[in-house]
Design a protein around this ligand. Structure first.
Ligand SMILES: C[S@@+](CC[C@H](N)C(=O)[O-])C[C@H]1O[C@@H](n2cnc3c(N)ncnc32)[C@H](O)[C@@H]1O
Length: 215
């Protein structure tokens, strides 16, 4: 099964660290989770989507593969229950930033005791509202592990990895992900600058200044 450049990069972003549980949230057909099952055979991989027939299809597929470390559940991602005393990686990709941030807020607020004793990491790849997500993650006291720009099918995405174990604050424009010797990064930066030049708001002017300062 060939994954898109975006999903391949998400898979590669998973730390060499052992997670007891890895959650492919908003899994759709579950292609990402299935790759993770093969690459992380000692982690329990959870497939979560709110659409029942997608979960039914994944369950049929899981029954036919040799790996037995996959579990599918039909649920709102905001309501997933993380197992206490275990280390978790939650992946949310392919949904709007507002919805994604609500999911992260709900998971964090419902697992405050787990976060005192265990590792809770997220790999996030929102569609739009990136600055709102970045600000929201800071507000939740999640710290940066890594961030990366990925071009896929002529669109640009940011893959942001954060953790309750990292003290590194998250920049609104992703200061550590830029390589301006890379023509794709220059093109992405120009798109952002042109976008914010057209916006009159104070927040847009602030973001424009930050993009212009990227070296
Ligand atoms: C565009 S797909 C993203 C698939 C995959 N994660 C990716 O990045 O390619 C969005 C999926 O999110 C699911 N979804 C939307 N809101 C959800 C929620 N609140 N809880 C669980 N799944 C949700 C949809 O059913 C859909 O399958």
């Amino acid at each position: 099964m060939n994954l898109s450049a975006r999903l391949t990069n998400i898979c590669q972003a998973i730390q060499p660290y052992h997670y007891d549980h890895i959650w492919d949230c908003c899994c759709d057909h579950g292609y990402l989770g299935q790759r993770i099952m093969a690459e992380h055979p000692s982690s329990q991989v959870h497939f979560v989507d709110v659409v029942q027939h997608l979960i039914d299809e994944i369950e049929i597929r899981l029954a036919s593969v040799p790996q037995k470390n996959g579990l599918a559940q039909c649920s709102d991602v905001a309501m997933i229950n993380l197992h206490e005393g275990k280390d978790h990686l939650v992946i949310i990709a392919g949904v709007g930033g507002d919805l994604l941030l609500e999911m992260v807020r709900s998971i964090v607020s419902r697992h405050s005791s787990l976060m005192k004793t265990n590792r809770l990491d997220f790999i996030l790849c929102p569609v739009r509202q990136l600055h709102k997500v970045r600000q929201g993650l800071n507000d939740l006291k999640l710290g940066l592990i890594s961030e990366k720009i990925v071009q896929d099918n002529k669109l640009f995405y940011e893959i942001i990895q954060v953790s309750n174990q990292s003290p590194v604050s998250i920049s609104l424009v992703g200061e550590t992900m830029w390589d301006l010797s890379n023509s794709e990064h220059i093109a992405y930066r120009n798109i952002m600058i042109e976008h914010y030049q057209k916006q009159p708001s104070h927040q847009a002017k602030l973001l424009l200044g930050l993009y212009e300062k990227i070296k």
